[in-house]
Design a protein around this ligand. Sequence first.
Ligand code: HSE
Length: 402
Amino acid sequence: MRNIAILGFGVVGGGVAELITKNKREVEALGGDEIYIKYILDLRDFPDSPFADRVIHDYNIIVSDPEIDTVIEVMGGSHPAYEFTVSALKAGKNVITSNKEVVANFGDEFMALAEENGVCYRFEAAVGGGIPVLSPIISCIKQNKISEVRGILNGTTNYILTKMFSLGDTFEDSLADAQAKGYAERNPDADILGIDASRKIAILGALVTGKLVPTEKIHTEGITGVRAEDVKAAEKVGLKIKLLGRCITDGESISVTVAPFMLSSDEPLSNVSGVYNAVEVVGEPIKSVMFYGPGAGAGPTASAVVGDLMEIMRSGRSYAVPTMVKDGSCVRDFGDFECRSYVAMTGVCPECVKDAFGEVQYIAADGECAFLTSSMKEAEAEAAISALTAKGGALKSRIRLL
Ligand code: HSE
């Protein structure tokens, strides 16, 4: 019998308890043992829940109970998730989490602690919700020379961008709709400013490169600057706009970015719509592999959490990677990032644009000058825009091309 404790009885915690209960036969057959949810930690009481008698408010009961084998932390946030995870691992308990913030901030420390204490730390649900992506990358494709892992890692922003494309809605209207449907938080900043995606690309990058890049070293832009005019311009040249997390590596240095990118319809990520997520791994000799599925929600996230529990019960293993190390020194200067750009400006003439950017591909636009540049370094693109603004131009938008 495996006794487990769930920390947090919100959407994900409720989903985990429900999955373990409803799919008892499948779960126990795969895990090879019975599972009993002994405690659920929450600040609230749930008198109408079938788990009402297991709800407790004191974490010390869990960490000091020798019968508890595995702690499932689905509270979110860095604190007290950090303190609870450390004490559970030190007490010899496996820890599973869906909490991308705590993994992005402290995953290196947790993996080392798990190793030291002979227990497991797993976090499949922290990236891509229900998509099995972390384990397959490590177990099935890490033997490739991986040059990039990139993805649509935030369902809320993908829903907003999809609406802007399919209905021509503004960012503000699309955000209000996402909030009404319960996809976006009431305070949606972590989603729309790219913070959530930056945590997820930090985790993906760490599994591929072994280096956990501090999120403050990740160049992060959200989607608040994407305008209906940009969507129209993209459509005219057959491009879509997606918020991508990208971790590019040459085996030594790493470039990690979260920003809106324009993608051609040939790119597999361009067809990922609505609240869905996808992760693409590019490498040799595999070329490109994409994982696709629901990136959030009680059921899908619970599926990933319980998958980790099955893995721990079957193999007693964390991830088959050398310990990841927190390292910001390997991060390449963003000024060296090289790509094509879409630029929209007012108050510029074709001669000035040519002087600043060289030959460009113009896109017909009402009241502004919109064009696609050739590939150039970030620092060069910024210098070209500065040269145009110095001559009276005004930048309306700039979106990089994948
Ligand atoms: N807010 C996140 C999203 C939830 O929209 O993708 C899942 O991590």
